[in-house]
Each structure stands twice: as C-alpha cells, then as structure tokens.
Design a protein around this ligand. Structure first.
Ligand code: KG4
Ligand code: ZN
Length: 339
C-alpha cells in the first residue's frame, strides 16, 4: 500500500483533481475554475458547467499526477464526489473515476461533498481529533454539526431556506458585483461600518440551531429599493459590512452556543464562506474570551477542491467502504443519507 488516494470533484463549477497521502498530506491539488465562464450569466449555468467539466477533467487528472510525481499505478484508491451538486457535473466526475478505478483495478469510493468540506480541516491540521462542533457554510449548504467521533455526525441545525453563501451571492448580484458575490462583499465590508444599517437576524431564539437568511435578504433588497426611490446614494462599503455582519453574527452565535451545549473545546468551520475574513476575525476574537479553539482551513481548502474529497474518501476506504460500479450521482444528498 502506498497510502495514495486520488480525488475527483466536479459537483459545481470547479473541475478538480488531487493526490493525497495517508488522507492528510497533499501531494497535488489542482483546481480548474470555470468562474470566468459563468460570470457573464451572474451564476453557474449547469449545462455549460457539465460541458466544461468534460473538456477539462482529463488534463486536470494528468496535471495532478504529474505534480504529485506519481503514476496511476501508484494510487491505492480512487475517490469521487457523488453528491450533493449539479447532476451533470457529478456524472462527469463519476464516469472519469470509474474508468480510472477499472483501468488500474483499484477500489472506487464515492464521497459526500459536505463530508469533504469537513475533512478540509484535517488536511490543514493533521493532528485534529474529535469531539468538536463544526459549521459547514458554503454556496449550497449551511449545516451545524456535533462530531463526537470520526464519521459520526449529529445534525444540530441547518438552513431552512438559503445557504449563507447563496445569500451573499444573491445580494452581490443585485449590487451588480461579479459572481460569486461572497468574496466581493467581503472585500467591500473591510472598508465599511458594520453597524451602519440594522438588518434582522433570523431564528435568533437561544437553543434553535436552524438558520434562515430569507428575512435578511428581503430586508437588504427593501433597503436598496428605498434608497433608489429616494434617489439617495448607497454607501456600498457600509451596506456590505452591515449585511455581512448580520450573517457572521448569526453563524458565530449559534456555533458558540452549540459548543457550550455540547461541552467541546474546539470548533471548526469549513466550506466557501469559511474564507470570509469577517467571520474568521470575529470567531477568533470570541473564542479567546471563551477559552476555546477555532480552526479554519486555508482559503484554498475552504472552497471546492478535490483534496478534501480524497481525504474523506481515504478514511472511508480504510474503514472498508467500497462503491459499486453502478454508483450514481445524488444531487440532493444530505450528510446523514446512507447512499
Ligand atoms: O464551498 P464552495 O466553493 O461551493 C459550494 O459547495 O457551494 O462555496 C462557494 C460559496 C459561494 O457562495 C461564495 O460566494 C462563498 O462560498 N464564498 C465567500 C467567500 N469566499 C467564498 N463568502 C463570503 N466571503 C468570502 N470570502
Ligand atoms: Zn462545496
């Protein structure tokens, strides 16, 4: 055994392949982003995404193997995102992964994309051991989890409407910012006053670990419309800072409350929104007061990548898990689903 896992990720608009050793050490992490292609439409166009994945997947795999300085024959297991995500993109990744695994006669392991995001934290901190409370926040999901041991996920709460990243992206689009709006709002917010505009916090009652961002989105849209009707100029930086703070405040409050209830000393954050500088700074300050530790992966491992898939898949492989050749794509897969 070489301990090498090859990971493939094609669930949204990144075509990615990685080679990871022992589930923890990244030898190659290649990400070909389609973001420029989708920017003109203000969001990901699924059909265009699938076609681009088809064009890009093989060169991305070759590049990853070259960068890792290994051959396909050195790989112990092929891991691939099976869901959630856009079905067309998932099918491209699955077809490539099955072909590789069949060709080299090695096992195939399908991976839940959300579990992948959690494992990004193990790549960044190889000594990390449960128990912890984990917030997974991206464009597609907002989940608050208690993880008492490896592979065991207790869902404490999740969003009832938009994901946090989705709320960032939708308001970014209304402001005319390039897709995805999250990083753009983050940049503007650094120059603004987060208390300039009072936005509502959804489901703020203590003990409720679900999230809702639709009220915030409506309030933000109303604010922008009113300013337009009154012909008043919008201070974009203040707007961005206040909008971001409404999201960061809710995410942090619920995460830290859950940590207290579950009596864990460590909280981890993952997914694209974990790259948000406001969230990182605020949580780092708050945990100091509370005597806790907070961990975030580096930004490149927060957003979609295949190293996190290789890591999550490798530990499943070590536990004896194998996927069959008829492994399908599951666009609406949840963390607790058994598929
Ligand atoms: O994890 P990810 O790459 O894809 C999904 O699985 O959805 O997350 C992408 C999301 C987008 O909504 C993007 O706007 C958001 O993560 N995002 C950010 C930042 N960087 C990425 N949101 C806020 N601040 C950021 N710095
Ligand atoms: Zn993701």
């Amino acid at each position: 055994m070489t301990g090498l896992a090859l990971g493939i990720e094609t669930s949204c608009d990144e075509t990615a392949c990685a080679v990871v050793k022992d589930g923890k050490y990244i030898l190659a992490n290649v990400i070909s982003s389609q973001v420029d292609l989708h920017q003109q439409y203000g969001g990901v166009v699924p059909e265009i995404a699938s076609r681009k994945h088809i064009e890009t997947i093989l060169p991305v795999i070759d590049t990853a193997l070259n960068q890792a300085n290994v051959t396909l024959q050195d790989i112990d297991v092929i891991t691939v995102t099976k869901g959630p995500g856009l079905v067309g993109g998932l099918l491209v990744g699955l077809a490539a992964a099955k072909a590789l695994a069949f060709a080299i006669n090695k096992p195939l392991v399908g991976v839940n994309h959300i579990e992948g995001h959690i494992y990004a934290n193990f790549l960044a901190n190889p000594e990390l051991e449960p128990p912890f409370v984990c917030l997974t926040v991206s464009g597609g999901h907002t989940d608050l989890l208690h993880i008492p041991e490896f592979g065991h996920y207790e869902i404490l709460g999740r969003t009832r409407d938009d994901a946090a990243g989705e709320a960032f992206d939708k308001i970014g689009r209304v402001l005319g910012l390039p897709y995805p709006g999250g990083p753009q709002i983050d940049k503007l917010a650094k120059q603004g006053n987060k208390n300039a505009i009072k936005f509502p916090r959804g489901l703020a009652e203590p003990g409720n670990y679900d999230f809702s961002f639709s009220g915030l989105k409506t309030a933000a849209l109303n604010f922008l419309n009113q300013m337009k009707q009154r012909n008043e100029e919008i201070n974009l930086e203040d707007f961005a800072a206040s909008f971001q703070w409404a999201i960061v405040d809710v995410l942090s409050t619920k995460l830290l409350e859950a940590a207290k209830e579950k009596q864990v000393k460590c909280v981890i954050v993952s997914g694209g929104v974990a790259a948000n500088s406001g969230l990182r700074t605020h949580l780092q300050e708050r945990v100091k007061e509370l005597g806790l530790t907070v961990l975030f992966p580096p930004s490149i491992l927060c957003t979609d990548n295949a190293a996190m898939i290789a890591s999550a898949g490798y530990f499943r492989y070590l536990r004896g898990e194998r996927s069959a050749w008829d492994l399908n794509a599951f666009p609406a897969l949840k963390l607790e689903d058994k598929q």
